[in-house]
Design a protein around this ligand. Structure first.
Ligand code: MLT
Length: 355
């Protein structure tokens, strides 16, 4: 695998990379989507009719999380599950279906009944998987309907507490000297932590030993325990450990500092402006789900994202709820489409393909 291609192949012009974090991901896509759709909270309907959802929901709804319990995707899902359940008038059960960087869960939901009772929470990995997996058992744009974007989350570069380097500058120098001895935890091929780790290795120009887990919940436990050295992970998972001083934190991978971690420099401030990645999350249902059912889920999502507890907890964890304009099927679909196009050439040139 040649990591040296990553940046050259990114297709991201320097000016785009240097824009605000939101413009890298959600906002650009949402703006494009709104321009295309005419704006507003929209386009959930389009096929199917209100009658398709007349009795919905009349049983428990399962939210499938493609990574381990206790990790960032799980945290965000559980946070919105309760207010969405209250709005929908049904219980929401959170089920963790781990493995293969989130693709097992996505494949399972793609093949589930299209009745609105099986909902997938996934993140940026939905857009990177088609390039990463040679035999992906689903097509993100064909096999799912989008429900709406949920949140965007910065990532942090962290290490075990007693890892030698103390600053990001020291870290890059240390990695260049000791690359073959450094272990880098991630949540498998297709995980956000793996993508961020690839960008880190590319930006520094090293190849580290990657250690895959079924989610960064267990990976972080091992990092705190000193079993692995280094990890990139979302602030929704790392903030409590950083503030409790249980890990060493080097930088946040967004153009601006995160309010909940004000002392943490950005990767740009620390000298690696090319290491920028934010993680967007969204909800999906199988492709044949009636539009009227999707409409009910979108409405519940939008309500949940205004819930005081959701807003407060996300802010404490360095994240932000998606706006009502972004928490729509159209905005999520536009973002998914543009992100598949963004990451495919980067991953192809990096040669990181799973057969
Ligand atoms: C990731 O790296 O993709 C996530 O942190 C996975 C997770 O939620 O555990």
């Amino acid at each position: 695998m040649s990591l040296n291609h990553l940046d050259h192949a990114s297709g991201r012009p320097r000016s785009a990379r240097r824009r605000r974090y939101r413009t890298v991901g959600v906002l650009v896509a949402a703006t494009l989507a709104l321009a295309a759709c005419g704006g507003g909270t929209e386009d959930v309907a389009g096929g199917g009719g209100a009658d398709d959802a007349a009795g919905y929901p009349e049983q428990d709804i399962t939210f499938v999380v493609p990574f381990s319990a206790g990790g960032p995707t799980d945290t965000v899902t559980r946070l919105i599950a309760e207010p969405m359940a209250a709005e929908l008038g049904a219980s929401v059960i959170v089920q963790n279906v781990e493995g293969a960087g989130g693709t097992i869960a996505a494949g399972q939901v793609a093949g589930a009944e299209s009745d609105g009772y099986t909902v997938l929470m996934h993140h940026i990995g939905m857009s990177t998987a088609p390039a990463l997996y040679a035999n992906l058992p689903y097509e993100p744009l064909k096999d799912f309907k989008t429900v709406g974007l949920v949140t965007e989350v910065p990532m942090t570069v962290i290490a075990r507490k007693d890892f030698e380097p103390n600053t990001f500058e020291e870290l890059t120098a240390y990695l260049k000297e000791n690359a073959e001895d450094v272990t880098l935890a991630n949540a498998g091929v297709g995980a956000a932590s793996q993508l961020c780790g690839l960008l880190l290795q590319e930006a520094v120009g090293v190849k580290l030993t990657e250690v895959p887990y079924k989610g960064t919940g267990p990976a972080l436990t091992d990092l705190v325990g000193g079993q692995v050295d280094l990890m990139c992970d979302q602030t929704t998972n790392t903030t409590p450990q950083i503030t409790a001083d249980k890990v060493k934190a080097y930088a946040v991978t967004t153009p601006e500092r995160v309010a909940s971690l004000p002392d943490l420099p950005t990767t740009e401030e620390a000298g690696l402006p090319d290491l920028q990645v934010g993680v967007w999350h969204g909800l999906y249902v199988p492709a044949d789900t009636p539009d009227a059912v999707v409409e009910k889920l979108t409405a519940a999502l939008q309500k949940a994202l205004k819930d005081d507890n959701v807003v407060t907890q996300l802010a404490k964890l360095g994240a932000a709820p998606s706006s009502p304009e972004d928490a729509t099927p159209g905005a999520q679909r536009e973002l998914l489409t543009s992100q598949i196009d963004l990451w495919a050439p980067i991953i192809k040139k990096a040669g990181v393909t799973v057969q």
